[in-house]
Design a protein around this ligand. Structure first.
Ligand code: HEM
Length: 242
C-alpha cells in the first residue's frame, strides 16, 4: 500500500475505508494528512513517506495543482525530511522555519502543552467553532476572526510565542485550503469541520476540488486577509484590543 500507489488505484474506494490509528501509528498536527493516513491514501502507519507519494495523493485525492502541492511538500521535506522520507509526527517540529506554528485552530502552542502541539485539543477546537455566527457554518469572516483571536491570545499568554512572516503566511494558507478544499466556496459546515478535525475523516459527500492552484490559493488567502483587515478596523473603531 502507501508508497506504491498510483492515481488509478484511488478509484477503488473499498480499499480506502476509515480505520482509526493504532497506538504506534505516526500522526501529525495536520488534520488533512492524518485523514489521508486514516483512509490509507497515505501509509496507515504514517511512517517513511516519500515525497512522490504525497504529491500524487495531494493532486489526485485532494485536488491541489501540481505546483501548489510541490511547494508545500518542498517546505516539509526541507525542514523535517530524513533521507528523503518523512513520518507524520516529524511535522510537529516547532521552530522559526517549521510548518508547525503557534496560534493554531485545533492545537495548543508548543510551550503551553509540553510539546504536544501535534495533538488535537478539543477545548481549543470548540473555541474555534464558537466563532461561527449562525452555529451552522464557518465562513471566511468567522475563520478570519478566529485566526486573529488565537494570534492575539498566544501573543498575550505564551511567553515563548514564535512568529514571523512565513508563519503569518502559512496561517492564512491553511485557513484558505480548509475553506476551499475541505469546505466549498469559502465556507465549511460545522458538521463537516467536526468530522475533519475531531474524527480525521472526510466530510460527508466530499469531493475533491477540481484544481486548487496558486491563483485560487492567492485569491482565497486575499479574501481571508481582507476579512481580517475589516475586522481589525472595526475593533479599533470600537476601542477593542486588535
Ligand atoms: C490539501 C491538503 C491540506 C489541507 C487541506 C491541510 C489543512 C490543514 C489545516 C486546516 C491546518 C490547520 C490546523 C490547525 O490550525 O489546528 C493544517 C495544519 C498543518 N498542516 Fe496541513 N493541510 C494540507 C496539506 C499539508 C501538507 C502537504 C503538509 C506537509 C507535508 C501539511 C502540514 C501541516 C502542518 C505541519 C500543520 C500544523 C500547523 C499548525 O501548527 O497549526 N499540510 N493543515
Amino acid at each position: 500500500m502507501g508508497n506504491s500507489k498510483s492515481a488509478t488505484v484511488f478509484a477503488d474506494e473499498t480499499q480506502y475505508r476509515y480505520e482509526a490509528p493504532g497506538p504506534y501509528d505516526s500522526r501529525s498536527p495536520c488534520p488533512a494528512l492524518n485523514t489521508l493516513a486514516n483512509h490509507g491514501y497515505l501509509p496507515r502507519d504514517g511512517k517513511n513517506i516519500r515525497p512522490e507519494v504525497l504529491q500524487i495523493v495531494l493532486q489526485e485525492k485532494m485536488g491541489l495543482s501540481w505546483i501548489a502541492a510541490k511547494s508545500i511538500i518542498g517546505q516539509a521535506y526541507k525542514t523535517v525530511g530524513k533521507n528523503g522520507l518523512l513520518s507524520l509526527s516529524d511535522l510537529s517540529y516547532h521552530a522559526p522555519d517549521s510548518i508547525e506554528h503557534d496560534a493554531s485552530l485545533s492545537r495548543l502552542d508548543a510551550a503551553l502543552c509540553n510539546n504536544q502541539q501535534g495533538n488535537f485539543n478539543q477545548q481549543r477546537f470548540n473555541t474555534f467553532l464558537s466563532f461561527s455566527k449562525d452555529g451552522k457554518c464557518l465562513t471566511t469572516n468567522d475563520v478570519a476572526a478566529a485566526r486573529l483571536h488565537f494570534k492575539v491570545d498566544s501573543k498575550a499568554n505564551n511567553p515563548e510565542f514564535l512568529w514571523n512572516k512565513n508563519i503569518e503566511k502559512a496561517m492564512w494558507t491553511e485557513a484558505s485550503i480548509l475553506l476551499h478544499i475541505l469546505g466549498k466556496h469559502g465556507r465549511i459546515s460545522i458538521e463537516n469541520a467536526k468530522l475533519f478535525f475531531e474524527d480525521e475523516t472526510f466530510p460527508r459527500g466530499w469531493q475533491k476540488h477540481s484544481s486548487f492552484g496558486v491563483r485560487q490559493l492567492h485569491s482565497a488567502t486575499k479574501a481571508l486577509k481582507n476579512a481580517a483587515h475589516e475586522q481589525k478596523k472595526q475593533q479599533r473603531i470600537n476601542g477593542e484590543n486588535a
